[in-house]
Design a protein around this ligand. Structure first.
Ligand SMILES: CC(C)(COP(=O)(O)OP(=O)(O)OC[C@H]1O[C@@H](n2cnc3c(N)ncnc32)[C@H](O)[C@@H]1OP(=O)(O)O)[C@@H](O)C(=O)NCCC(=O)NCCS
Length: 202
């Protein structure tokens, strides 16, 4: 629960429209079929602990408090634990299908294999909770995410017309094959091992 504010911050940077923060709290508290993860960069925590923080300067009063402007996010200094969160992802188990509900990396930490690491973690969770397939919806224009999903054997299975209310964009529906099928398992293990080698080397 304490990670939610940082998750909401990353979500705002990653998606054109967002869930209300209460939705995450509800998911965590009330939805027993939901599974959410955050990805922490430990090095960020260590750096923040070792770099001496500047003492706070005395503040001059402002004519108009910026915090009263509408839609301005609250100005907070996040704790090292919170600031170390660089991505998050989640899924729902629906009978034997794992539905990926969200996956997002902070823009400053993309293209390092970490989004892929989160997808791998979700698929691992899908195995653990007994799902047979993994499915998701993705904007037709979101080719970066589609590339990631295709890499992990997701295939297009149809369209949901005007699925996204912010711009009426269509959603591509994608599914894996049965994740327990030997071919899928073999490919998954291979991709995971290549990814881990890449992450260890970086
Ligand atoms: C999708 C997202 C999570 C990927 O995270 P990332 O950490 O940048 O991705 P990775 O570095 O792990 O890349 C993994 C694979 O994704 C694909 N990919 C990711 N970014 C890409 C880009 N800019 N161009 C092309 N392919 C890309 C590639 O297939 C890549 O594999 P490769 O390295 O072998 O080419 C990230 O771009 C994001 O947060 N986007 C905004 C939120 C979003 O769209 N989420 C998906 C909602 S359905």
């Amino acid at each position: 629960m304490s990670d939610v504010p940082r998750v909401v911050e990353i979500e705002r940077l990653a998606y054109p429209s967002t869930w209300p923060p209460s939705a995450y709290r509800k998911e965590l508290q009330d939805n027993r079929w939901a599974h959410y993860i955050v990805l922490r960069d430990k090095q960020l925590v260590e750096e923040r602990m070792t770099v001496p923080q500047e003492p706070e300067k005395p503040r001059r009063s402002r004519l108009f408090p910026l915090s009263l402007l509408p839609n301005r996010p609250a100005m907070t200094v996040p704790s090292p634990e919170l600031a170390s969160i660089v991505g998050f992802a989640g899924l729902w188990l629906m009978v034997d299908e794992a539905h990926v509900t969200t996956i997002a990396m902070h823009p400053d930490h993309r293209r390092r294999g970490l989004g892929e690491f989160m997808l791998v973690s979700l698929i691992d969770i899908a195995y653990e909770i007994g799902a047979k397939w993994v499915t998701l919806e993705v904007r037709v224009s979101n080719s970066n995410a589609q590339n990631l999903y295709r890499k992990y054997g997701f295939r297009e299975a149809g369209l949901r017309h005007r699925y996204y209310s912010d711009n009426q964009e269509d959603a591509l529906i994608m599914w894996t094959d049965e994740i327990n099928a030997p071919e899928y398992k073999h490919k998954f293990v291979e991709l995971k091992s290549t990814l881990f080698k890449k992450l260890e080397a970086s």
